[in-house]
Write a protein that binds this ligand. Structure first.
Ligand code: ADP
Ligand code: MG
Ligand code: ZN
Length: 476
C-alpha cells in the first residue's frame, strides 16, 4: 500500500434500548415469535399515525452530546422512499435536511497515538422488518419494524482498517456506557456499513468509494476493509476503475461481492414527513440531559492507568465493557488494584477466550468481593500466586469464596516449620550428592532444592520458610 492510501468513512446503526418502538407502543424486544410485536403503525397500514417516542429522542441526544456534536433543538423527520418487502409503508422515517446532531468528533487511539475522527451527523430513524428466506418461499417478520435507531455518519477520516476498528470500538464503548444500547452485535444492535476508497498517496481528492453493508463484528470489519482495499488496489494497478456500488462481505470466503449499484439521495425522494411535527427539545431538557452524561471510557481509562500503573493497552481491557469496569473498580476498592487488574487481564481473559465468551462478569458467578478476597489471601501468603491462578477457573464458575475453597481443598500454604521439616529432610535424604555440594558452598543448588520441596508439598510450602530450613540444615 505504499503507492496508495486508503480512505474510510463509517455509517454505524445503533439500536436504542427503549421499552417501546420509535413511533408506536409495540415492545422493542428481540427474539419474540415472528410478527407478534406488530400494530397498524409498524405494519405501515394506511392512515395509522406515528407518535414519536420521547425516550428515544432523549437517548439520541445523549449520543450526540457524548460525541461532541452540536445538537439541533429543532430537527425534522423525513420520509426516505424505497420499495422492499420488509418495509410495508414504502418509506422509512429518517432525517435528512435537519438531523438531530451534527459536527461532532471522537478521539480514537491506534498504536498509542490519538487521532480525532469527525462525525458528520447523527440522525434518528426507524428500522425495517426482516426478510427470512426459506427453500421454497420467503417470509417477512415485522417485529423489528419500527425499532428506534440512530445512524452515526463519520467523516472519511480513517486511513486503515485498524483505525476503522478503533473508531468502532470507541463508539461502542460510548453507547454502552451511556446505557442507550445493549451492545449485542450478534443480534444487530450495533452494526456498521464501511465506505472504502483508495487514492494515490499524497492526493487530496477522494477516490471512488464502495460501501460494504452490515458487517457485524469488529473482526469482520477489519477483514472486510482489508480485502476491499486490496481488491481496489488490484483494479487500479490493472488499469481498471473502481465502480461506485454496494458490496457484501462474505466472511467464509473472505471476499467482497457486488450487491447493487449505489443509490443517490435523490433516488429516495426525501421530503418532510407530513404526519410528524418537528422534533423540539427545550433548553431545560438539554440542560438536564447534559448532566446525565456519565464518565466515558476514555476518561475512565486514564483513571485506571493511574490507579494500576498498567500501560494503556493493558488497562484498556478493563474499560472496554462497562460492567467489567464496574466489577474491576469495586474489587479494586477492596484489594490491591494492580493485582486485581492482573487477575482480570490474565486468567479471567484466558477463561473467556477458552470458552468463547465475552469478557464480562455476567458470564460467571464470581463477585467483585470474591476477586478482592483472592488477591488478599495471596497477599497474606495464605496461598501462592500459582495456586490462585490454578483455582481461578473454579472460583469463576462456582462463585465460591476463595477462603472457604482453600479450606475445603486444603490448599493453604504451609508456614509452620514443624510441618515442613519432614518434607525438607526427605528431599535432602533423596538427594545426598546435591546436599553435600550445597553444604560445600554450591549455592546454585538452592533453587533445585526449593523446587523439589515445593513440588513435594504440591506448591503449598512457604518458599521463604523452605529457604530458612535448608540453610539451617545444610549450613550454607
Ligand atoms: P450514503 O447514505 O449515500 O452512503 P452518507 O452521507 O450517509 O451517504 O454516508 C457516506 C459515508 O461515506 C460517510 O461516512 C462518508 O465519510 C463516507 N465517504 C464519502 N466519500 C467517501 C470516499 N470517497 N471514500 C471513503 N468514504 C467516503
Ligand atoms: Mg451509506
Ligand atoms: Zn407497532
Amino acid at each position: 500500500m505504499s503507492a496508495y492510501e486508503a480512505v474510510i468513512g463509517l455509517e454505524v446503526h445503533v439500536q436504542l434500548k427503549t421499552a417501546s418502538k420509535l413511533f408506536c407502543s409495540c415492545p422493542n424486544h428481540f427474539g419474540a415469535e415472528p410478527n407478534t410485536h406488530v400494530c397498524e403503525v409498524c405494519a405501515g397500514l394506511p392512515g395509522a399515525l406515528p407518535l414519536p417516542n420521547h425516550q428515544a429522542i432523549h437517548y439520541a441526544v445523549l449520543v450526540g452530546l457524548a460525541t461532541n456534536c452540536q445538537i439541533n433543538q429543532r430537527s425534522v423527520f423525513a420520509r426516505k422512499n424505497y420499495f422492499y418487502p420488509d418495509l410495508p409503508s414504502g418509506y422509512q422515517i429518517s432525517q435528512f435536511d435537519l438531523p438531530l446532531c451534527e459536527h461532532g468528533k471522537i478521539t480514537i487511539s491506534v498504536g498509542g497515538h490519538d487521532k480525532d475522527i469527525g462525525i458528520t451527523r447523527i440522525h434518528m430513524e426507524n428500522d425495517a422488518g426482516k426478510n427470512i428466506h426459506g427453500d421454497n418461499a420467503s417470509s417477512v417478520d415485522l417485529n423489528r419494524a419500527g425499532t428506534p435507531l440512530v445512524e452515526i455518519v463519520s467523516e472519511p477520516d480513517m486511513r486503515s482498517a485498524e483505525e476503522a476498528v478503533s473508531y468502532l470500538k470507541t463508539l461502542y464503548g460510548i453507547v454502552t456506557y451511556l446505557g442507550v444500547c445493549d451492545g449485542n452485535m450478534e443480534e444487530g444492535s450495533f452494526r456498521c456499513d464501511a465506505n472504502v476508497s483508495i487514492r494515490p498517496a499524497g492526493s487530496t481528492t477522494l477516490g471512488t468509494r464502495t460501501e460494504l453493508k452490515n458487517v457485524n463484528s469488529f473482526r469482520n470489519v477489519q477483514r472486510a476493509i482489508e480485502v476491499e482495499i486490496a481488491r481496489q488496489q488490484d483494479l487500479l494497478e490493472d488499469g481498471e476503475c473502481v465502480v461506485q456500488e454496494t458490496r457484501l462481505y462474505d466472511a467464509e470466503r473472505n471476499i467482497t461481492q457486488a450487491m447493487r449499484s449505489k443509490e443517490e439521495a435523490h433516488d429516495y425522494r426525501y421530503f418532510p414527513d407530513p404526519d410528524l411535527l418537528p422534533v423540539t427539545i427545550s433548553d431545560r431538557e438539554m440542560e438536564a440531559w447534559r448532566q446525565e452524561i456519565p464518565e466515558l471510557p476514555k476518561a475512565r481509562l486514564a483513571r485506571f492507568v493511574t490507579l494500576t500503573g498498567l500501560p494503556e493497552p493493558e488497562a484498556e481491557i478493563l474499560v472496554q465493557n462497562k460492567d467489567l469496569a464496574d466489577f474491576f473498580e469495586e474489587a479494586a476498592g477492596l484489594a490491591n488494584a494492580r493485582k486485581v487488574a492482573n487477575f482480570i487481564i490474565g486468567p479471567m481473559s484466558r477463561e473467556a477466550n477458552a470458552q468463547g465468551l465475552a469478557l464480562t462478569p455476567h458470564n460467571w458467578s464470581m463477585t467483585a468481593a470474591n476477586l478482592a478476597e483472592l488477591v488478599n489471601v495471596v497477599d497474606k501468603g495464605s496461598i501462592s500466586n500459582k495456586i490462585a491462578n490454578d483455582i481461578f477457573g473454579d472460583l469463576l464458575r462456582t462463585g465460591e469464596s476463595p477462603q472457604s475453597y482453600i479450606e475445603s481443598h486444603k490448599l493453604a500454604q504451609i508456614s509452620d516449620a514443624s510441618a515442613l521439616e519432614g518434607l525438607v529432610d526427605e528431599v535432602i535424604k533423596a538427594n545426598p550428592k546435591e546436599a553435600e555440594a550445597l553444604s560445600a558452598g554450591k549455592t546454585k543448588l538452592v533453587g533445585f532444592f526449593v523446587g523439589q520441596i515445593m513440588r513435594a508439598s504440591k506448591g503449598k510450602a512457604n518458599p521463604a520458610l523452605v529457604n530458612d530450613l535448608l540453610k539451617q540444615k545444610l549450613k550454607f
